[in-house]
Write a protein that binds this ligand. Structure first.
Ligand code: MRU
Length: 366
């Protein structure tokens, strides 16, 4: 996608002789756009754990490049390579794409003599990132007709109002985004869209990242507090809820940023379609019961009690919670499949059910 008129992906190999990975440091957005260079697996692990990069697909693509650095660092020792892979996987527990990318890399790297490990790892990292971008682009193609249809039923060319939560935009993937891909496709096709952007406490990925992306692409949008969605839906101001997901079971239960479940409940109560967009790298083909089995990351309470923002020209932080009060910070929740109208994948749209998913991915049939 474009930043100041230039095309970017979220992660790429650094130029020069020394192996390195470049990322967009998402902690700095929207107040400054900074590219960070990572030179070791340890730096990649820190970047994922501390959310310099975030979002399921972007975490996976970054970990893919991290495995290239691991292949360079491990001096042909398989045990060391596996140890570095485990370090990467341990950085964030919920997003399925992280383990998926690391396991794919291990298979690719170990499929030949140690002299070729670094070369194969780099090629595989580039393939993972390119595939992520292409799958998201296809998600946009598959979601576009749905938005067109809603637009056609609205009087006088009124915009389709889409509500989204967190950032499932291009920053959360290699490019395009999952939830945003149909929105970008519609906007580029001239279908009028307006996006309600949930601010997404505690880290405000909606207010900071999704809003920044949409502004860069010229997509009309309005940031709302996380609790506004129910009100907007009750008053007919939302035509469609579209979110991403960090892990989706083969039965259609969806883990996503904390607060997504409440949006799905409100959507159900108000007859608003609730769609979830994901590349197939986000499916967990082992887990049946999302609520019971998907590990939910718990992060530090300071993300709840301290808020960062711009004051004048300086980025600063302020405490917003009663000093001494405990804060809990569950990063994700699970929306049961029964509340999900459909899943938009790179292969098309399906019901959020075991049958629906296996109709698109028969090779995964159980
Ligand atoms: O904790 P984060 O910011 O890494 O959260 C992940 C997400 O970006 C969201 O949950 C998103 O909606 C789905 S991942 C593309």
């Amino acid at each position: 996608m474009r930043v100041a008129g230039r095309h970017y992906t979220t992660v790429w190999a650094a130029g020069g002789d020394e192996p390195g990975v470049e990322i967009i440091d998402q902690r700095k957005l929207p107040f400054s756009f900074e590219v960070e260079t990572l030179r070791s697996v340890g730096e990649v692990a820190t970047a994922i754990r501390d959310m310099h990069v975030r979002g399921a697909g972007c975490i996976g693509a970054t970990a893919g490049y991290g495995m290239w650095l691991a292949a360079c660092e491990c001096r042909g020792e398989e045990a060391e390579l596996r140890g570095l892979a485990a370090d990467l996987v341990a950085t964030r527990p919920t997003a399925a794409n992280l383990r998926w990318a690391v396991e794919r890399q291990l298979a690719a790297i170990l499929d030949g003599p140690a002299e070729g490990w670094a070369g194969r790892a780099r090629a595989e990292a580039e393939a993972i990132a390119a595939e992520d971008a292409e799958w998201c682009r296809r998600i946009g193609e598959h979601g576009l007709p749905m938005i067109r249809e809603i637009a056609a039923a609205k009087p006088g060319g009124a915009p389709v109002n889409v509500l989204t939560h967190c950032n499932a935009g291009w920053l959360a993937f290699a490019d395009w985004g999952s939830a945003t891909a149909p929105i970008y496709a519609a906007h580029r096709a001239g279908v009028p869209v307006h996006v309600w952007v949930d601010e997404t406490r505690p880290r405000n990925q909606g207010a900071r990242l999704t809003a920044w992306e949409l502004a860069n692409e010229g997509v009309p949008h309005t940031v709302v507090v996380d609790n506004a969605g129910g009100h907007l839906m009750q008053h007919g101001m939302v035509d469609l809820v579209l979110t991403g997901t960090d892990r989706t079971t083969y039965t259609g239960d969806v883990a996503n940023k904390i607060g997504t479940y409440l949006k799905a409940l409100a959507a159900k109560d108000n007859g608003v379609p609730f769609y979830v967009a994901l590349p197939s790298s986000t499916f967990d083909w082992e887990i049946r019961d999302g609520v019971g089995e998907i590990p939910i990351e718990e992060r530090g309470g300071e993300e709840v009690s301290v808020v960062g923002g711009l004051r004048g020209r300086a980025v600063t932080e302020v405490d917003i919670v009663n000093p001494g009060s405990a804060c809990a910070n569950y990063a994700f929740d699970v929306t049961p499949a029964r509340l999900v109208t459909g899943l938009i994948t790179e292969r098309g749209i399906c019901a959020a059910s075991e049958d629906g998913i296996s109709s698109l991915f028969p090779e995964r049939g159980r």
